[in-house]
Design a protein around this ligand. Structure first.
Ligand code: ATP
Ligand code: MG
Length: 344
């Protein structure tokens, strides 16, 4: 199917909950598309614990280190002491300092014509999770303390990433989201660094800033005023779910974790245990993530065909999963996309 293009080895992690279902659907349409990826399937999350006693097995890390490219289903963190989130560990291990989360209206719902990109600092902030308790009297956990860490270098690195992304993708404005009135040091340094980097792009990209609470409200009142959002780790986590809500929910939200040499593509949503195993999950988030992955390797042509097939399946064939008020199963939806691809 794809003889003139060389194969690109990539790690494929089915993950937990609805992960295997949406990964299977995504691989099916990538095959139909003639994607260049040759998959190395590896386990992580609870699936990693169950198969080899480790939520992030050495073989999985080695595969990503070799390929520098992965498509990943959601990973559940085992509950209990001693387990850190595998997602967070992957970001740290491969220094995936940028998280890119586009939100684009495909099915008009509460809002139309949303076209936003959120860039989230992916390693620092409160996710460093220096957390501990201080005992008082006979209560060993009387006081809880959490420390966030943002370095000036890391803040400038993510700001530069965002501005470069804006230039490359024709984006005109970046809104820096912070809480510098309260978290003056932790998020103040983020704002300062962004302002400094913005000066280098003065003629190409505008910058403004907004306090996170005001931004949350403005995203509901008038989301069209925004073009790109640049956020610290925790605020980016929260606001990217809000962006997903603007375009139809977590089933519509892809994400890319990007570092200097490695990139891992995923859906913004988690393992959705409430619907896992039922075959009804919306696979669009991971499909769109695979589209970002195709663009990452220079196959904008295939990414465009993929997005067209998704759009036409939703809006011309009216085939949708339950979260979009349709009746299609994950498989039926994927089959429809494959049929659509034959016409594009
Ligand atoms: P985790 O602990 O892994 O993050 P979670 O319980 O937070 O899991 P999420 O996956 O974050 O669950 O999603 C929250 C809810 O949104 C789910 O319970 C599910 O009902 C819905 N949801 C998320 N992703 C999808 C999807 N792809 N298709 C349909 N519904 C989804
Ligand atoms: Mg969740």
């Amino acid at each position: 199917k794809n003889t003139i293009f060389t194969q690109i080895p990539a790690t494929l992690i089915p993950g937990d909950g609805i992960g295997p279902e949406v990964v299977e659907a995504t691989v099916q349409i990538l095959d139909a598309l003639g994607s260049p990826f040759s998959w190395e399937v590896q386990q992580a999350g609870m699936a990693g614990v169950n198969s080899c006693g480790d939520p992030l097995p050495a073989a999985t890390l080695a595969s990503i280190r070799k390929n520098k490219l992965a498509l990943k289903g959601p990973l559940t963190t085992p509950i209990g002491e001693g387990f850190r989130s595998s997602n967070v560990r992957l970001r740290e291990e491969f220094q995936l300092y940028a998280n890119v989360r586009p939100a684009l209206t495909i099915v008009p719902g509460r809002y139309e014509n949303i076209d936003l990109v959120l860039v989230r600092e992916n390693i620092g902030g409160f996710y460093v999770a220096h957390e501990y308790y201080i005992p008082v009297g006979d209560d060993p956990r009387a006081v809880a303390v959490s420390t966030g860490v943002n370095t000036r270098d890391a803040c400038k690195r993510i700001a530069r990433f965002a501005f470069e992304y804006a230039v490359k993708n024709g984006r005109k404005k970046i809104t820096v989201v912070h809480k510098a009135n309260i978290l003056k040091a932790l998020t103040g340094i983020f704002l300062e660094a962004a302002r400094e980097v913005a000066r280098e792009y003065e003629n190409q990209v505008q910058m403004n800033d907004m306090i996170v609470d005001a931004c949350a409200m403005q995203l509901v009142l008038n989301p069209w005023q925004f073009d790109m959002l640049l956020c610290t780790n925790l605020f980016g986590d929260i606001l990217s779910d809000q962006l997903a809500g603007l375009v139809g929910g977590l089933g519509m939200a892809p994400g890319a974790n990007v570092g200097d040499d490695t990139a891992i593509f995923e859906a913004v949503h988690g393992s959705a245990p409430d619907i896992a195993g039922k075959g009804i999950a919306n696979p669009i988030s991971l499909m769109l993530a695979s589209g970002l992955m195709l663009e990452h390797v220079g196959r904008h042509d295939l990414a465009q065909r993929l997005r067209t097939a998704i759009t036409e399946t939703l809006n011309k064939d009216h085939i949708r999963t339950g979260d979009l008020k349709g009746t299609a199963s994950t498989r039926q939806f994927a089959d429809s996309i494959v049929r659509r691809l034959e016409t594009i």
